[in-house]
Design a protein around this ligand. Structure first.
Ligand code: SF4
Ligand code: SF4
Length: 264
């Protein structure tokens, strides 16, 4: 029987081992549960063949001794799951379907998003209620235009990624998505976040709004660098070709290139 795709809902998280989540029930040595969250291995199904360690390009797994367990006396622990490039090779090649991989946004993205929403909401409300801090009315309206332009970029994954499979995120794609906004820039969602933040700064025209935005930009920059590395590992030369065709976030260059491609 394969790993339960809904284990995060159906099983209880009972602890952590070396930073890796443990999902019960656990009753060693016979019952060991599931290790990991975004890269999860059901140790009660795993037979310790080592294929996942061999195929993983990011060296996510490390062996752990499990003597006395009925299926094998060693199991792979996803100790480096935050480095997973979501290539799904381990999941596809595990002979007993003991592995489940789901997309997990890097820590930089998780940290940036709540801060971003707070910055945008507070800035926009400030601009509406008190008016722009510097009193400049044209930039105030330009800010609203930037917000409107940024929104479709921000919503890109839900607009252009294929429908999510059961228990998976919409980001768990196995093919390069280069349609819609992904044909203009490679990171439309991050570009959308940046446009929304810039729009809200221009609406409020408050120095505090710009100061709060600075670390968010740094976190997004770090996210994009990490994401690019993972996508090169995941898609190889296809992604390198996509990088040559489509700019990272410069949407003006992206639109010009798209127009030329359409006329080729
Ligand atoms: S999905 Fe790819 S990168 Fe992630 S753990 Fe499996 S083999 Fe490694
Ligand atoms: S490929 Fe599957 S069975 Fe083999 S060690 Fe990895 S999880 Fe266990």
């Amino acid at each position: 029987m394969p790993i339960n795709p809904d284990f995060q809902k159906k099983r209880k998280r009972v602890g952590k081992e070396e930073g890796v989540a443990v999902w019960g029930p656990v009753d060693p040595p016979e019952k060991l549960g599931i290790r990991g969250t975004n890269v999860a291995v059901d140790w009660d199904i795993c037979k310790g063949c080592g294929v996942c360690l061999d195929v993983c390009p990011m060296h996510v797994y490390g062996w752990k001794g499990t003597s006395g367990h009925p299926t094998s006396d060693r199991k792979p622990s996803p100790i480096g799951e935050s480095e997973c490039a979501c290539c799904y090779d381990c999941e596809a090649q595990c002979p007993v379907q003991a592995i489940r991989v789901v997309f997990g946004p890097p820590k930089a993205f998780i940290a940036a998003v709540p801060l971003m929403f707070a910055q945008i909401i507070v800035s926009v409300i400030y601009g509406i209620v008190y008016g722009p801090y510097l009193g400049l009315s044209i930039p105030f309206y330009v800010g609203w235009i930037i917000l409107v332009v940024g929104l479709p970029f921000f919503l890109s994954p839900s607009l252009y990624f294929p429908k999510a499979q059961e228990g998976k995120s919409v980001m768990d794609t196995r093919a390069i998505v280069d349609s819609g906004t992904y044909g203009i820039v490679r990171h439309p969602q991050v570009l959308g976040c940046i446009l929304l933040i810039c729009g809200s700064i221009v609406i409020s025209q408050h120095w505090l709004s710009a100061i709060v935005a600075a670390p968010i930009f740094v976190l997004f920059y770090r996210y994009v660098l990490k994401e690019e590395k993972s996508l090169i590992v995941k898609f190889g030369n296809d992604y390198k070709c996509y990088m040559q065709r489509v700019p990272s976030m410069n949407f003006i260059v992206g639109i010009i290139r798209l127009k030329f491609r359409k006329h080729e």
